[in-house]
Design a binder for this molecule. Structure first.
Ligand code: NAI
Length: 291
């Protein structure tokens, strides 16, 4: 049983994965280069755990145990005893490769190094490591503590042992695993591209507005969230980058073509819930999000 977990990036995904691992009884080191990201992660975990206590899902003892299991750090040096490190930083291959290289000089020889990337090639990230066999994709969905599914993606370099240990660990954390091939967007993000892409095109062609499209997809399509609500939830910057990566990786297949609307929203900083404005307005005081 893997006990010592390192997580790189304390944003939306890294902080959620830290909560999952700590709840499952692991010791977690959560690293970020941004002090404010670490402070936000710690604050938001406190709020989440308080809500779970209110709902009677955990006790206050359990809350303290989870909180004490997570060490928030601005240094990678403590990662030397990690058995599994999951990277969840910005979706940029060059930055991820640099971090992986630095990390390999710190962790032990048998530590698994995983990326939570939504769309980048695991083989390409693994290639910068001296021991590429230890590298794998472990892709959680947002919000990590609530979403059951985790995609596990072995690269062509990944050893069987690393795949097995990764799958066992994620299952022990109460998740359902789908092993996917190392292809752009894996399974879920590839299937999801046309969901967002066609919704954006319907809007751009003037057929319907954001709220109408979301309403139709929820009431007729049976989705829990409409495509625009979901893009606001994920973050327009993150979602746009994933579409761009999948589009390029499939040799510019028009099926995955990104939309200008989303590009402009990202450029304007209308990233969704995290900035208070996206396709809907989430500003404080707004009674309910309005387009
Ligand atoms: P985010 O923007 O919320 O957080 C990224 C964090 O990484 C920030 O706190 C930033 O300070 C930190 N960071 C950036 N460069 C760093 C470095 N060199 N070293 C250490 N920390 C660094 O991003 P989010 O949404 O958590 O995404 C992270 C990864 O997870 C991306 O690869 C993304 O594609 C993937 N992902 C995102 C999902 C989502 O719905 N947001 C869902 C599943 C995967």
């Amino acid at each position: 049983m893997i006990e010592n977990i390192g997580i790189i990036g304390a944003g939306t995904m890294g902080s959620g994965i830290a909560q999952v691992a700590a709840t499952a009884g692991c010791k977690v080191r959560l690293f970020d280069t941004s002090k404010s990201a670490l402070e936000n992660a710690e604050r938001s975990l406190e709020k989440i755990l308080d809500r779970l206590i209110e709902k009677g899902r955990i006790t206050s003892e359990e809350k303290s145990r989870i909180q004490q299991s997570i060490d928030y750090t601005e240094s990678l040096s403590g990662f030397s005893d990690s058995e599994l490190v999951i990277e969840a930083i910005v979706e940029n291959i060059d930055i991820k490769r640099k971090v992986f290289q630095e990390l390999e000089g710190i962790v032990s020889a048998d530590c698994i190094i995983a990326s939570n990337t939504s769309s980048l090639s695991i083989a390409s990230i693994a290639a910068v490591l001296e021991n590429a066999e230890r590298c794998i994709g472990i892709h959680f969905f947002n919000p990590a503590p609530l979403m059951k599914l985790v995609e596990v993606i072995p690269a062509i370099q990944t050893s069987e042992d690393v795949l097995e240990r990764s799958v066992e660990t994620i299952k022990a954390w109460g998740k359902t695993v789908a092993v996917a091939k190392d292809t752009p967007g894996f399974i879920v993000n590839r299937v999801a591209r046309p969901f967002y892409g066609e919704a954006l095109r319907i809007y751009e062609e003037g057929i319907a507005d954001f709220a109408t499209i979301d309403h139709a997809m929820k009431t007729i399509g049976g989705f829990r969230m409409g495509p625009f609500e979901l893009m606001d939830f994920i973050g327009n910057d993150v979602n746009y980058t994933v579409t761009e990566t999948v589009f390029e990786a499939f040799y510019y297949d028009p099926r995955y073509k990104p939309a200008f609307t989303q590009k402009r929203f990202s450029e304007a900083g209308y990233l969704g819930r995290k900035t208070g404005k996206g396709y809907y307005n989430y500003a404080e005081g707004a009674v309910k999000p309005e387009p």
